[in-house]
Design a protein around this ligand. Sequence first.
Ligand code: NAD
Length: 374
Amino acid sequence: MKIAVLASPADEPRVAAIPETVKKFTGLGADVAVEAGAGERAGISDSDYREAGATIGDRTSVLKGAGAILVVQGPDADEVSGMEKGALLIGALDPVNRGDAVKAYADAGLEALAMEWMPRITRAQSMDILSSQSNLAGYKAVVDAASAYGRAFPMMMTAAGTVSPAKCFVMGVGVAGLQAIATAKRLGAQVSATDVRSATKEQIKSLGAKPIFVESVEGIEGEGSGGYAGEMSDEYRKAQAELVSSHIAKQDIVITTALIPGRPAPRLISDEQLKTMRTGSVIVDLAAEAGGNVEGCVAGETVERHGVKIIGAVQLSRTLAGDASALFSRNLYNFLSAYWDEESKAPAWPEEDEILPAIRLTEDGKVVNERLTS
Ligand code: NAD
């Protein structure tokens, strides 16, 4: 099979294959063709790809005869020309917001696979682009907070006196939150964290941070369904608001990451609560694109309210394009290689499978995913 790797649009510095995955694909017997300049913004030159065994060409030549097309973002509806009927289109295709493009993939006869809909099962962990990119976002949120904060993170004992450690509170302890805790600890902050899922308590402790949990009302026992949180009762929300109010007044840095699949992000910090925070405190809201966990947060901007900087973080993994591309590319390789058929040197889908129906958007000219059709 020929695998095409396309260059990303102007606002997307990541790329869907790195020399390491090119080498692995060629090792499986695939031919890999990379669009010229595709890796440039991730620090990978065309000659790096060539050395790994890829050919380099313009989009038309790269797409010609390709049975799989790897992208970071899905192409627009008017960009599918040149893609071969029956080819796999694999990447973060954003199907909910890009209905027109999905329809165009179906019309072009592509088999589009949305990697962000990968089920959260053990087998698919290494294929999960949301986890790999969230991990980097959690790290970068803390680095950005540290650079916006006008003080140091660690305690420092100097001849001129002691610098107190920053107090950092992480709200939402999924993949991004855990990495945020670990990063803030490494930088020397005093870290506390909260979540609605009881399973996270031990994880917080194991990273050396302090769990801050609502105890009066029951949260979500264990991991929650598929690892995801649901919407909480009014009673829980009230208890959480009280807990947060008393805690955030003493914090310098707050990182919020709380998401509920298919719903707007839960509101965790109100304007009234912001007023209680110290002047100069910094909040990074990783849920900004889903409406924000913090009242007044604006996606993609830093706003100041009551002396508190609120950073509406968007797609932070893009700011670490080299590592983000490497993890994203390995996710795609892990997915395709898990289905690889040695004889045909192409992926072969089994009859029964938990992953494919979850991520497949289009097949045989039709939109087939039940999240889009029901
Ligand atoms: P997420 O991005 O959906 O949400 C971030 C965090 O916010 C979650 O921990 C969630 O519980 C929390 N949250 C939601 N509402 C909240 C509220 N009102 N207050 C406080 N916190 C709130 O989560 P995620 O990062 O994708 O990870 C969630 C879990 O799923 C983790 O345990 C993770 O390890 C697991 N997971 C498993 C796989 C796999 O097995 N393949 C893949 C990805 C994630």
